[in-house]
Design a protein around this ligand. Sequence first.
Ligand SMILES: CC(C)(COP(=O)(O)OP(=O)(O)OC[C@H]1O[C@@H](n2cnc3c(N)ncnc32)[C@H](O)[C@@H]1OP(=O)(O)O)[C@@H](O)C(=O)NCCC(=O)NCCS
Length: 140
Amino acid sequence: MNYNNLSRKHYQQYKTLVDSNITEVFFCDFIDNILNSDHKIIILEDDEENIIGSGTILIEKKLTYGGCNMGHIENILIDEKYRGNGYGEKIVNKLLEMCKEKKCYRVDLNCKSELEHFYQKNGFDTKNICMNMYFKEYFN
Ligand SMILES: CC(C)(COP(=O)(O)OP(=O)(O)OC[C@H]1O[C@@H](n2cnc3c(N)ncnc32)[C@H](O)[C@@H]1OP(=O)(O)O)[C@@H](O)C(=O)NCCC(=O)NCCS
């Protein structure tokens, strides 16, 4: 098992994992021009390089709190056939390690209420509420 940064070669597998209609051109442009040291998508692969799951980390540099960093975890997703084997926990812990390396003072994520237990089990506390506003005209 290995952690890797998402790269161009993962197009087909990642598209299937996230059930997305993105084109290869869009995907490669995203890899080349959007992802960077503060915006990473990591994947966990088995020994045959099959993607087990994935997670996104964003590091926000703040002007508040003395100018420290804050982490945002997004899109934790485990391939259905691998669920319930601790891989989600592994990916969350890997992203938390990355937040610590970046000296984040805090890490936030939003999730469905049914996943409260999963994230609490992985060290998160339920605090505050999450507010959303959708601009449906920009949703693909
Ligand atoms: C949520 C998800 C990432 C968990 O990954 P996983 O590898 O299956 O989870 P783990 O094996 O590490 O952890 C299992 C624990 O989480 C809980 N859990 C996992 N998925 C759950 C779900 N959908 N609903 C409720 N609890 C869930 C299990 O009850 C279990 O708890 P227990 O050990 O106390 O019984 C995975 O189910 C998934 O990809 N779901 C679909 C995408 C999604 O909802 N992502 C989260 C976005 S915030």
